[in-house]
Design a protein around this ligand. Structure first.
Ligand code: C5P
Length: 321
């Protein structure tokens, strides 16, 4: 009598990873290790990257979609570093083909590289059927970059430390955003460096009291999020990196103004920029703001998105029986 093997092997797994916007980004003084302590409220958005991993004879990465040409296809790619870090944890060879389908703008302040790293971790953990807990995954994520743990987590969260320590924030309902993508990217270290320079030129060393103020928890914003009212959230959007991003790309002032003129409730540079994110009253409002912003010629392209979105998750696997 012949027997049919019931074992199922996945040849490839695809994970979807969200982008993010910082609704509040308080940045403390530069630390001795070059990083800055943060108090931030992240919201994951529906704009996402899809990361497919497949068994292969050697490590490779291909990138398609938004800004693909400027994403490195070597070991410096954050998804490759994620794959190698997980392979190291699992004590296996990192022979996988990684295929990234990008929608998140590259060097746009929306954690696109972090999303790709989170996608690689989740997809590979599924492909390799690893018994890895959330804490171990989050520790590996934090070693890859400050925003990678949040890309895993998704939803709305308070981030402290470098941004890697997370606490879930209650957020009611759905928020509707318009994203204005800039023509050129901004380097995150360059924006932090510009912030340090602007602060030093204003007041010399950051006084201890002022530093504590910078890192105050945004309780009012968290209450507004719990109420689910975008009119209450909009005036509380805040980003300490915004002056630095505007200093490096002064044309962003025009983009921010154009979004408000188009009817957005509030607008902010997303993270280290240069993407500008506009909070709208509802979905129809977002579609109208997006149409008007597109016509204003202040952005390379304009997208609508909603939040909070889920954290990085497996979309599906191609199975071989
Ligand atoms: O952690 P990640 O590699 O994403 O950080 C990129 C750069 O952004 C760091 O090298 C540092 O210059 C800056 N950064 C910072 N403080 C943080 C997060 C990032 O200064 N909390």
């Amino acid at each position: 009598m012949s027997r049919t093997s019931l074992s199922v092997v996945s040849d490839s797994v695809t994970a979807r990873a969200p982008s993010k916007v910082n609704l509040h980004l308080g940045v403390g003084p530069r630390r001795d290790d070059g990083y800055h302590d943060l108090v931030t409220v992240f919201q994951a958005l529906s704009l996402h990257d899809d990361i497919r991993v497949a068994r292969a004879n050697e490590m490779s990465v291909t990138v398609r979609g938004e800004g693909a040409a400027s994403v490195p296809a070597d070991d410096s790619n954050l998804a490759v570093r994620a794959a190698l870090a997980l392979a190291d944890w699992a004590d296996r060879s990192g022979k996988v083909a990684i295929d990234i389908d990008k929608t998140i703008p590259v060097a746009g302040g929306m954690a696109g590289g972090s999303a790709d790293a989170a996608g690689a971790l989740v997809a590979l953990a599924a492909l390799w059927k690893l018994d890895i807990g959330r804490d171990d995954l989050a520790t590996i994520a934090a070693g890859l970059g400050s925003d990678v743990p949040f890309a895993l987590h998704g939803n709305t969260a308070l981030g402290t430390g470098r941004g890697e320590r997370l606490m879930q924030v209650l957020s009611r309902g759905e928020f509707h955003w318009v994203l204005a993508l800039a023509r050129d990217g901004l380097s995150t270290p360059a924006v932090y460096h510009e912030l340090d320079r602007l602060r030093d030129s204003r007041s010399g060393e950051c006084a201890d009291d002022a530093a504590r103020d910078l890192l105050r928890r945004p309780d009012e914003l968290m209450q507004a999020l719990a109420s689910g009212d975008p009119h209450a959230v909009a005036p509380l959007l805040h980003n300490d990196l915004q002056p630095a991003a505007l200093s490096l790309q002064p044309t962003l002032r025009r983009t921010l103004r154009a979004g408000i003129d188009a009817g957005a409730l509030g607008g902010i540079v997303s993270g280290s920029g240069p993407t500008c994110a506009f909070l709208c009253a509802d979905e129809t409002g977002a579609v109208n703001v997006a149409a008007e912003l597109s016509g204003a010629g202040v952005a390379r392209s304009v997208r609508t998105a909603s939040g909070p979105a889920a954290g990085t998750r497996v979309l599906g696997a191609d199975l071989r029986h």
